[in-house]
Design a protein around this ligand. Structure first.
Ligand code: AMP
Length: 395
């Protein structure tokens, strides 16, 4: 892999695509600095090797210049975390930015303004990318969250550094974690897929079936599988048009020798609300006016036993409506099982959207092996797609 260790950094000026797309309050203060902290190892490594850094990122989805989306607002947080002062340039290309970048001494850091103030960024404009390329002597991509986009700073700019481009530590870690669950991980391999809809996970299921030994299907998407097999699911969420596909997935799993595990019971409610009356039913005997909203206690035990057998675990999607505290039990219990198995030596990757929110809500993010920083990028990786930002470094 093209890692930071594979290119010389001494006296070099690293143009680093980071992901500083952080949430801000209405005064412009960073309210969650996780992404800034995640970029530090790469910046610190380059500095320790005698290089300087030019940091570029997007923030939000501005249309043209908009003070609300200025990256200048994150400077205090970035400076505090890095423990040194950082220069800022309001331009991203052109003479001023080039001069400021060229004047950097080893150990110094420059942050340039929000790339998305320029529509050329998302269009993947080559001339704009050439302008960005003038700011550095080596290119480092450390933004997994945008690696599935062929934008100027994430993909196109790499072609101007044919021999001097690499992944940062964060992106390299993401690639390694995905590789572990998709090909190099210790068996048995388990994938846990939850969330609302089968339709949004079909490509993932089809891509991972040949790679896993066990597949837990939970959350709202389980009901399409249960109904397709003749179960009564009450008014639980279901995609009737996907029932034939659900049956075909069960069939494909058999052919691949994959064991599929569905919930055996549910915590149901009478309306879609946290404080609705709650009752547990067998998964295929839910009365007409009840809605399955969380995995039930027997399912928790069943899933725990599956998790305990596995050495490599991928978790994408919650097992219930975990945003409602009264229906968070199933997801929390699964989180606890995954954490316990990680302690016993398994590798666990949590990635793609709401399962990341769930592990953070339950404060388990430091107790699993890896929590992905990229929602859409992780989903596309699990679908088996080659991400343009990754391909551009390997080209
Ligand atoms: P996804 O983005 O596809 O991973 O779906 C995540 C969403 O699925 C979360 O907001 C959950 O509240 C929702 N979800 C999980 N289980 C259920 C369920 N049984 N009924 C309705 N929504 C669910």
């Amino acid at each position: 892999m093209n890692t930071l260790e594979s290119i010389p950094l001494h006296q070099e000026r690293a143009l680093i695509r980071v992901d500083f797309n952080v949430p801000l309050d209405d005064k412009g203060n960073v309210t969650d600095a996780t992404r800034i902290a995640a970029a530090l190892p790469t910046i610190q490594y380059i500095i320790s090797k005698g290089g300087s850094c030019v940091l570029m990122s997007h923030l939000g989805r501005p249309k043209g210049f908009d003070q609300k989306f200025s990256l200048k607002q994150i400077l205090p947080s970035l400076q505090e975390q890095l423990g040194q002062s950082i220069q800022f340039c309001p331009d991203v290309v052109g003479e001023k930015a080039e001069a400021q970048a060229a004047a950097l001494k080893p150990g110094e850091v420059l942050l340039i303004e929000n790339l998305r103030f320029h529509e050329e960024e998302t269009k993947g404009d080559k001339a704009f990318a050439a302008g960005l390329a003038k700011l550095g002597t080596v290119y480092v991509n450390d933004a997994f969250g945008t690696a599935h986009r062929a934008h100027a700073s994430t993909t196109i700019v790499a072609q101007f550094f044919p021999k001097k481009k690499c992944f940062g530590h964060l992106l390299a870690g993401e690639i390694e974690a995905i590789d572990k669950v998709m090909s190099s991980g210790e068996k048995p391999v388990l994938a846990i897929l939850g969330g609302a809809k089968v339709s949004s996970k079909i490509t993932i299921i089809e891509n991972i079936l040949p790679k896993v030994d066990h597949l837990i299907i939970g959350g709202g998407m389980a009901f399409t599988f249960i109904k397709a097999q003749g179960g009564k699911i009450g008014k639980s969420i279901c995609e009737d048009d996907k029932m034939p596909l659900a049956l075909s997935i069960l069939e494909q799993a058999k052919e691949h020798g994959v064991q599929i595990h569905l919930p055996v019971d549910v915590r149901a409610g009478q309306s879609f609300a946290n404080d609705t009356q709650q009752q547990v039913f067998p998964i295929n005997e839910i009365p007409d006016d009840w809605e399955g909203m969380d995995a039930g206690p027997d399912s928790e035990v069943k899933f725990d036993a599956v998790v305990k057998q596995c050495k490599t675990i991928l978790w994408n999607g919650p097992l219930g409506v975990f945003e409602f505290s009264n229906f968070a039990n199933g997801t929390r219990a699964l989180g606890d099982s995954v954490v316990a198995q990680t302690k016993r030596g398994a590798f666990s990757l949590v990635g793609g959207g709401d399962s990341v929110a769930a592990v953070k809500q339950f404060k388990l993010e430091n107790a699993v092996s890896y929590v992905s920083t990229g929602g859409g990028a992780m989903l596309e990786s699990l679908e088996g797609k080659t991400l343009p930002g990754i391909a551009a470094i390997l080209a």
